[in-house]
Design a protein around this ligand. Sequence first.
Ligand SMILES: [Zn+2]
Length: 149
Amino acid sequence: MPAIIDANIFIHASSRALPFETMMTVPAVTGELESFEAQQRFESHDITVREPEEATIEEIASTADTHNLSVSRADIALVALASETDGRLITDDYQLQNLAKQCDIDVEGFVRDEIEDAGSWTRQCPNCGQKRDAETCPVCNVETTRVSD
Ligand SMILES: [Zn+2]
């Protein structure tokens, strides 16, 4: 099972070596590695870069839409590649971890711990700050916003 590596692993990780035998990523991720350190870190590992099939990308994108997850094109491609290779996604991005879980993809954090539950959301009143399970705060009568639980 290959490890599918997100850009944040190269960008934020320290000098800790990546402890994965087979590593893959998507072309969009290599484009996100702007700093010299991140590029060096990427190049010092043997990582296969592969673009997933368009059909898989569309399938993952529609799952992201269904669950209202704000993820990038690179995020969708990473989950698509994990799906095609039966791989495990390595990322510290919560939205991306959520998307992977919704798509039944194994996901693992690297620096941060992986999130407990997929799609755990609640609503909060922007006025009084209370967590509300309604679209409108019953006290302030203003529209609540969605926040992660
Ligand atoms: Zn309120």
